[in-house]
Design a binder for this molecule. Structure first.
Ligand code: UDP
Ligand code: MG
Length: 318
């Protein structure tokens, strides 16, 4: 029997890009040596995206759509689409042609015909350049990914994207992860199995605007790091330890100095600096601990990752 590939596309305000993307995707679907279905997920768009989706689902075979009740973020939309996937393999890709559809066949081939005959369960794409991206954004994005990898112990190449194909086994494992703080590149790495990373040249968005502001992206990176690692807490403890040791050494020095030379009233500026430093560090680390506590709080609510308002499509051959 032929394999079925489920292609999930999270969309948020993509009315301009979606039709252009879909044309390309259809071309690739015709070329694939297996069957495919498409699951378009509308992540609470404010424009005509849901209507465009319904039109596409009515026109083309094997196209379903899910309309979420509000914007849940790309991670929520991805989880929604993937939970509907019926295929032997599942693909996640963006709707703006920054993930060129021609690589679906390449990833499928990489999984089906692995090098050295060692079976793999996933193929994923990473960008070799960041053409068309604002310099400052790529500078920080690159550094953030590196730091994230180091702190969390998650192994992903620089330029890693969300564009990937996973086997049914891996998809089922992913769907079992119910946490609400999600960073799917990290989650897929945590699940394990073997992934082949395939390079490709970065492509600019075909139409519409990116949904990420600089601050939004930085916040996402920070949250991802906190949800994958408790190392920042360890760093805080180590810094606290170092401060205490220094304080003890300084106290001994002050005592000895007073005993030998008496006690002239001095050292006010140094005292001021130390109070400021310690007060600042305490507030900073309290804030950090607060972020972890709030994450625990959000996780304990066990809320669903998304809510579906409407679904449909899935036209079959007459
Ligand atoms: N997206 C989404 N929900 C959001 C933000 C983005 O479903 O809240 C989708 C968006 O429609 C696109 C993909 O996620 O298909 C990637 O978004 P974008 O192109 O804005 O990100 P960038 O490529 O700039 O990192
Ligand atoms: Mg994009």
């Amino acid at each position: 029997m032929r394999d079925l590939i489920s292609i999930t596309v999270p969309c948020f305000n993509e009315e301009e890009a979606l039709p252009i993307f879909f044309e390309e995707l259809e071309k690739e679907r015709q070329k694939l040596p297996c069957d495919s279905e498409v699951i378009l997920v509308d992540d609470g768009s404010k424009d005509r995206t849901p209507i465009v989706m319904q039109e596409l689902a009515a026109k083309y075979l094997g196209v379903r759509f899910l309309i979420l009740s509000r914007n849940f973020g790309k991670e929520g939309a991805m989880a929604a689409g993937l939970s509907e996937a019926k295929g032997d393999y599942a693909v996640v890709m963006d709707a703006d042609l920054q993930h060129p559809p021609c690589y679906i066949g390449v990833m499928y081939d990489a999984i089906k015909n692995p090098e050295n005959g060692k079976s793999i369960d996933s193929a994923a794409m990473y960008r070799t350049g960041r053409k068309g991206e604002k310099r400052i954004r790529s500078f920080f994005a690159k550094r953030m990914m590196k730091r994230f990898g180091k702190i969390s112990g998650i192994d992903i190449p620089p330029g890693a994207t969300d564009y990937r194909m996973v086997s049914r086994k891996m998809l089922d494992a992913y769907l079992k992860l119910g946490e609400s703080n999600r960073f799917s590149k990290g989650l897929f790495d945590w699940i394990g199995f073997d992934t082949k990373w395939i390079p490709y040249e970065n492509v600019e968005r075909v139409a519409g605007k990116t949904k990420w502001s600089f601050m939004g992206l930085a916040g996402y990176g920070l949250e991802a790091m906190l949800s994958f690692s408790d190392k920042p807490l360890k760093y805080a403890a180590v810094l606290g330890g170092i401060s205490c040791t220094l304080a003890v050494i300084f106290a001994i020095y002050v005592i000895i100095k007073t005993l030998i030379w008496g006690d002239p009233v001095a050292g006010f500026p140094s005292l001021f600096c130390m109070i400021l430093f310690l007060g600042g560090s305490i507030l900073l680390f309290l804030g950090l601990i607060g972020r972890y506590v709030s994450k625990i709080y959000m996780e304990t609510k066990r809320r669903p990752l998304f809510v579906v308002k409407e679904s449909g499509g899935g036209k079959k051959e007459d």
